[in-house]
Ligand binder design. Structure first.
Ligand code: PMP
Length: 359
C-alpha cells in the first residue's frame, strides 16, 4: 500500500512516474535492456538526456544564455563548486545565513574564499529573514549566495532579493520546480534532485553563460561548469537512471499544467496545514508568517512527551516520515510537488483527531 510520505528527501515521487519506471524497467523501449544498462553515449540515452533538458528549460523558462547541467555530488558538492567556479583565490563572497543549509554552504565556502556573512537570522532564532535593506554586502563580492528555502527550518523567501549586478547564487534544492521563477535574476541556481526533481544522485545546475570559464586552477574537472557544459554534462558517466527518472518527473509536471499549476496546488496545501496549526492551541509553527515555507512545515506539539505517540499513530494512519530533522526534533511535513492535497487533508484530519484525544 502506498502511504502519504512526508519525507524531506529523498521524497515522495509521483505514483504515475513510478508505475512507468516499473513498466519499462526490464525492457526499455523494446531494447531488451533496461535504461540503466545502456551506454550514456547511445543515441537512445542522449535522446532521454536532451528531452529532459528541453523540458526543464520549458518549465522554468530558462533562456538560451544559460546552461543547464546534470551533475553528481549533490547540493553539498555545489557548496564547493560555486566558490571554485565563481571566485578567484582570496576573493570576497557574500552569504546570507537563514539557517542550517545556508550555514553549511558558507562554512564550505570559507575553505576557498573570504566569506562575508551579509545577514544572519540568529536574532530571530532563524525563524525570520533579515530585512534586505539591512544586509551588509561587501563592495566587491564575487557573488551573493542564499538559500531560498531552508529545508530544516521551514523558512522561505517569497521574493528574489535585488543584488544589483552581483551574480546571485541560489541553493534551490528544496524549492526548484515548485513554482515559476524568473531565471534571469540569477547567476547560478543549483538543486539536489531528491525533493522535487527525481531520485537522489543527480544535481541540477543552471548557470549564466558569462560565469563559465572562470574556474580557479585546481578545480576538479567534474565540478568545472565550463568543462561540463562543453561536454553536455557527459565529461564522464552521468547518473543515467536518475536523469531518466527526472525526465519522467518533468513530463509529469508538463502534463499537469507546469509550474503555475504546481504553485497553486502548493500554496493551497501549505495554507491548509498552516491554518490548521494556527487555529489549534496544540500545534505550533515558529516561523514568521511572511516567510513560511510552502515545501517544509515544521511544527511542535504542546506536549513533546506525546511526540512518539503522534508519530506512531500517524504511521498507522498511513502518514509517514513526519519526524523533524534530528537537529531540531518535533515534526516536519514536507509537501513537495508529488504530495497531493488529499495527503495534506488526511494529515490535518489526523492532527485534529489527535488533538481532540490528547490535547
Ligand atoms: N541544501 C538544501 C537546502 C537541502 O535541503 C539539502 C538536502 N536536504 C542540501 C543542500 C544537501 O543536499 P545533498 O544531500 O544533495 O548534498
Amino acid at each position: 500500500m502506498r502511504v502519504f510520505n512526508f519525507s524531506a528527501g529523498p521524497a515522495m515521487l509521483p505514483l504515475e512516474v513510478l508505475e512507468r519506471v516499473r513498466d519499462e524497467l526490464i525492457d526499455w523501449r523494446s531494447s531488451g535492456a533496461s535504461v540503466m544498462e545502456i551506454s550514456h553515449r547511445s543515441k537512445a540515452f542522449i535522446g532521454v538526456a536532451q528531452q529532459a533538458e528541453a523540458d526543464l528549460r520549458e518549465l522554468l523558462g530558462v533562456p538560451p544564455s544559460f546552461k543547464v547541467l546534470f551533475l553528481q555530488g549533490g547540493a553539498t558538492g555545489q557548496f564547493s563548486a560555486v566558490p571554485m567556479n565563481l571566485a578567484v583565490e582570496g576573493a570576497t563572497v557574500d552569504y546570507v545565513n537563514t539557517g542550517s543549509w545556508s550555514k553549511k554552504a558558507l562554512l564550505e565556502a570559507q575553505r576557498y574564499c573570504t566569506v562575508n556573512v551579509a545577514a544572519d537570522g540568529a536574532a530571530s532564532g532563524y525563524n525570520d529573514i533579515p530585512p534586505v535593506a539591512g544586509w551588509k554586502r561587501s563592495l566587491n563580492a564575487a557573488y551573493l549566495h542564499y538559500t531560498p528555502n531552508e529545508t530544516i527550518g521551514g523558512v522561505e523567501f517569497h521574493f528574489v532579493p535585488d543584488v544589483d549586478e552581483v551574480p546571485l547564487v541560489a541553493d534551490m534544492s528544496s524549492t526548484l520546480l515548485s513554482r515559476p521563477i524568473d531565471v534571469t535574476r540569477f547567476g547560478v541556481i543549483y538543486a539536489g534532485a531528491q525533493k522535487n526533481i527525481g531520485p537522489s544522485g543527480i544535481t541540477v545546475v543552471i548557470v549564466r553563460d558569462d560565469l563559465l570559464g572562470r574556474a580557479r586552477p585546481g578545480t576538479p574537472m567534474v565540478f568545472d561548469y565550463k568543462a561540463m557544459a562543453d561536454e553536455g554534462s557527459m565529461l564522464n558517466t552521468p547518473p543515467t537512471f536518475g536523469w531518466y527518472v527526472a525526465g519522467l518527473v518533468l513530463q509529469w509536471l508538463m502534463e499537469r499544467g507546469g509550474l503555475k499549476a504546481m504553485a497553486e496546488t502548493n500554496r493551497a496545501k501549505a495554507q491548509r496545514l498552516y491554518a490548521a496549526i494556527d487555529q489549534s492551541g496544540f500545534y505550533r509553527n515558529p516561523v514568521a508568517k511572511e516567510c513560511r515555507s510552502w515545501m517544509n512545515v515544521p511544527f511542535t506539539l504542546a506536549r513533546p512527551e506525546l511526540d512518539k505517540q503522534f508519530l506512531a499513530e500517524a504511521h498507522q494512519a498511513g502518514l509517514t516520515a513526519l519526524e523533524g530533522h534530528r537537529s531540531v526534533g518535533g515534526m516536519r511535513a514536507s509537501l513537495y510537488n508529488a504530495m497531493p492535497l488529499a495527503g495534506v487533508n488526511a494529515l490535518v484530519e489526523f492532527m485534529q483527531e489527535f488533538e481532540r484525544k490528547n490535547g
